[in-house]
Design a protein around this ligand. Structure first.
Ligand code: SF4
Length: 342
């Protein structure tokens, strides 16, 4: 119940984000968001620590008094905010983001023509404190050789190793189970399967083998969908400060080229001639770390920009930056359009 002198305060992890025609509140604790009109966004970002609800109403010429009452009550009822007579102890979420890891994530691609030293790549990534390693295997290659190589990471600090295997290798459950047993940090996805399913092969364990009927192509385009958005504190803070898809990511393609992302055209060196540590220090390699959605045309007007993870390459035309593989969302109409790139 609110009193005349009360302030309305959003919880610090409930973040209003404005889009061109529609806005939303990201709830970083619950991992969900609420779509709101832009008018309410403007009201929510006034200084509620300074102004009482009655003062906020008069800042908007008392045009929205009833709407403010109803929306604030709705937000209180749904645990986005609260009323208080003393807002001073409450604070906004600090927006700082940093990571102690020189490499946060990496993708390593292996096919039948790959001639680079895999053991050396894994050792270099481990030395750079990589946290998430994704290994994509294409073609009919000797998987046992790759698995043997992974032993070099048995004492590494890599948190998760994702292994993508093509279904046409026809590896048995027994073989896959042995990989899970030998490497407790490995997650296995078999792509190009007939049916998508999850198979549990270990007793008393939640670890599964994931089969997906999706294909994994060298030229796989970015997939954008509301279902793929990530609402979390880490994602939000990273996106506010950096390009969340490319920040501290380094990828090695099937030829050993060192890139920001495997499908990008630009390579900054090759693993046969260069050290990953040297490449990721180069200013031109790091440039894309800083091209966050707030700086990219269309994305900067999109209310989903702090939950949308994209590895797309970015090009500069004149003074403006654009994603090369963009989505079909049109923030100027608030519609998803089947095949329109703006
Ligand atoms: S790619 Fe850009 S415009 Fe599309 S959903 Fe993501 S942030 Fe929005």
């Amino acid at each position: 119940m609110k009193n005349k002198e009360d302030h309305f305060i959003l919880f610090s992890t409930c973040i209003p984000v404005k889009g061109y025609v529609s806005s939303l509140i990201m709830d970083l604790d619950k991992g969900e968001y609420l779509e709101i009109p832009n008018e309410l966004y403007d009201i929510l970002v006034t200084d509620h620590f300074k102004y009482t609800i009655e003062e906020v109403k008069s800042l908007f010429n008392n045009d929205y008094d009833e709407g403010i009452n109803q929306y604030f009550q709705y937000l209180v009822n749904n645990h986005y905010g609260f009323y208080t007579s003393n807002p001073s102890p409450f604070q906004k979420l600090p927006l700082h983001f940093d990571s102690p890891h020189k490499v946060i994530s990496s993708i390593v691609v292996i096919n039948k023509d790959s001639k680079y030293d895999l053991t050396n790549v894994f050792q270099q990534l481990d030395a750079l404190d990589c946290q998430l390693l994704q290994i994509r295997i294409y073609d009919k290659i000797e998987v046992a050789r790759v698995i043997e190589t992974l032993k070099v990471l048995s004492k590494s600090s890599i948190r998760i190793i994702e292994l993508y295997l093509p279904a046409f290798l026809k590896l048995s459950h027994e073989v896959l189970k042995n990989i899970l047993v030998d490497f407790p940090r490995i997650l296995i996805t078999v792509y190009g399967a007939e049916k998508s399913k999850k198979v549990s092969v270990l007793k008393n364990s939640s670890r599964i083998i994931k089969y997906t009927n999706q294909k994994l192509l060298y030229s796989s385009k970015e997939v954008y969908s509301k279902n793929l958005f990530t609402v979390s504190r880490e994602m939000f803070l990273e996106s506010v400060n950096y390009n969340a898809g490319l920040y501290r990511k380094v990828c090695i393609d099937h030829e050993g080229s060192i890139k920001n992302y495997v499908s990008h055209e630009t390579a900054y060196g090759n693993i046969k001639d260069n050290l990953i540590a040297d490449i990721i220090q180069k200013e031109e390699f790091k440039e894309k770390y800083y091209l966050k959605n707030d700086l990219i045309e269309k994305c900067k007007d999109c209310q989903f920009r702090y939950m949308c993870l994209s590895n797309s390459d970015i090009e500069k035309k004149g003074k403006n930056y654009y994603k090369i593989n963009t989505c079909t969302y049109n923030p100027y109409k608030n519609t998803w359009e089947p095949s329109v790139n703006i």
